[in-house]
Design a binder for this molecule. Structure first.
Ligand code: GLU
Length: 468
């Protein structure tokens, strides 16, 4: 039986969950969820100055919005510092690490001299092979004994085999002179202890992998499968930055993009499955693999995001959409819907969700059901109303009063009324849209009438007729 897949997302809590981080989390989540594995969350809060609880909160919120649920407790890296030190001390006891008493000045002088002699400036500590009986009584750091010959090969699922000459790696510090573990050690110990089998992360960490590998080897631990994914670029091919627009995953929630569309889009950002652009979560879980991750940076494309979002809105369940729209309003600091409005919105959803790429677009179409009388008409609606003779809506009223309130019957009534008055149906539909919604872009007049019901429809038509 093959071992259970365990992936993790390991953000540093120094800011919100940005698009790149969200994609890394998503890839790890998809990989684990598609294989019955576990997806763990570790907050890399060892940098006490830059880490904040607010950032952790923002990351958790961003992940919750995207539906990226993790298994088990959130792990704090800082809380595990004793364990990290324990591993360093074990390496020390086994002679795979050593105490280095060189001062900053001595290291600087070493480098200076090496530079002057045209040699490598990698620090070579004189304490590497020193007899412990010669150790002075002063502060020291613990350094790993790096291999000095041969090569280290990182077998990366995205980048291929990456070979680094060992003489280019120094004896990395594991414990600082105050006894605190360094970040690089913490990552390896945590990944090992958490049973992580696959590390999928940004390729800005590729260089770290070679140094992390030293620790795995020294401890005799299994090296996880590594997949270093290219960063995300803006549409202009430059590294994604603020000038390309919003960077925080949650900003996209506040702009009214549905989470399913965002997941679909982020999955496609650097990963592909044939020519498939639009897919469901289920398909993504089934299809996602490391082979489909591209080697070159993906470009962020808002149009494509919107297009996918529209397709996801169209296939979403009405009640779920209503809830997500309410969450969006809250995230965007917009007025909440009343219970009545929320229920009306859900009832109308079937005729709103086609062709809306974002929630603001959907809500614009939902105006007819959210607004209450008297409906205010925008300029286009006013024009549409003025385009027919004053009496036409009044004349229509008795026909609607007597019609049975079904789509077929209403179609029949409106079509024959238009014909009897020598009007094309479109000529009648414009003013009706105006009367019912106060806007020119709305669902079909039949859908609006059915959702509003007879009394409300007639009341709005009467309001408009009196205004025309
Ligand atoms: N904490 C690192 C970051 O936020 C990730 C480290 C890792 O995935 O190994 O970039």
């Amino acid at each position: 039986m093959s071992e259970q897949v365990v992936t993790r997302f390991a953000p540093s809590p120094t800011g919100f969950l940005h698009i790149g981080g969200a994609r890394t989390a998503l890839f790890n989540w998809l990989y684990a969820r598609g294989r019955g594995g576990k997806f763990l969350l570790r907050i890399e809060d060892t940098d006490r100055e830059r880490s904040t609880p607010e950032a952790t909160e923002a990351i958790l919120k961003g992940m919750a919005w995207l539906g990226l649920d993790h298994d088990g407790e959130v792990i704090s890296q800082f809380a595990r510092a004793d364990r990290h030190a324990e591993v360093a001390n074990q390496l020390l006891a086994e002679g795979k690490a050593y105490k280095c008493f060189s001062t900053q000045e001595e290291i600087a002088a070493f480098r200076e001299q090496a530079r002057a002699e045209g040699k490598s400036t990698l620090f070579r500590s004189p304490w590497r092979e020193a007899d412990p009986s010669t150790h002075p009584d002063r502060p020291f750091v613990v350094r790993i004994k790096a291999l000095q010959e041969g090569v280290t090969v990182i077998r990366d699922k995205v980048q291929g085999d990456v070979t680094i000459r060992n003489d280019q790696l120094d004896d990395m510090v594991l414990l600082r002179s105050d006894g605190t573990p360094v970040y690089m050690l913490a990552v390896v110990v945590d990944d090992h202890d958490m049973g992580v089998t696959h590390v999928i992360r940004g390729d800005d960490h590729l260089n770290n992998a070679a140094r992390q590998m030293m620790i795995y080897q020294a401890m005799g631990w299994d090296v996880p499968v590594w997949a270093h994914i290219p960063l995300i670029h803006g549409p202009d091919g430059k590294k994604l930055s603020k000038r390309h627009g919003a960077l925080g995953a949650q900003e996209y929630q506040a702009m009214g993009y549905p989470a399913a569309g965002m997941r679909n889009y982020l999955a496609r950002l650097g990963w592909s499955h044939g020519d498939d652009e639009f897919f469901t979560d289920e398909q993504a879980r089934e299809w996602f693999d490391l082979d489909g991750i591209g080697k070159s940076p993906a470009r962020f494309d808002l149009k494509k995001l919107e297009n996918l979002c529209g397709q996801h809105i169209a296939i979403s369940d009405d009640a779920a959409l209503r809830q997500e729209i309410q969450d969006y309003l809250e995230a965007a600091n917009l007025p909440q819907l009343t219970d009545g409005q929320a229920a009306d919105l859900e009832r109308a959803m079937y005729c709103l969700k086609d062709r809306a790429r974002t929630f603001p677009e959907l809500l614009e179409k939902a105006r007819f059901v959210l607004a209450s009388r008297p409906i205010d008409l925008d300029e286009k609606a006013q024009k549409a109303l003025a385009s027919v003779s004053d009496g036409i809506l009044k004349q229509l009223t008795p026909h609607l009063q007597n019609a049975s309130w079904t789509r077929d019957a209403l179609e029949e009534v409106l079509n024959s009324f238009a014909e009897a008055n020598g009007l094309k149906f479109g000529k009648l539909a414009g003013p009706l849209r105006a009367a019912l919604a106060g806007r020119a872009v709305t669902p079909s007049v039949f859908d609006m009438m059915l959702v509003l019901g007879r009394d409300e429809t007639l009341a709005r038509i009467s309001d408009a007729a009196n205004q025309a």
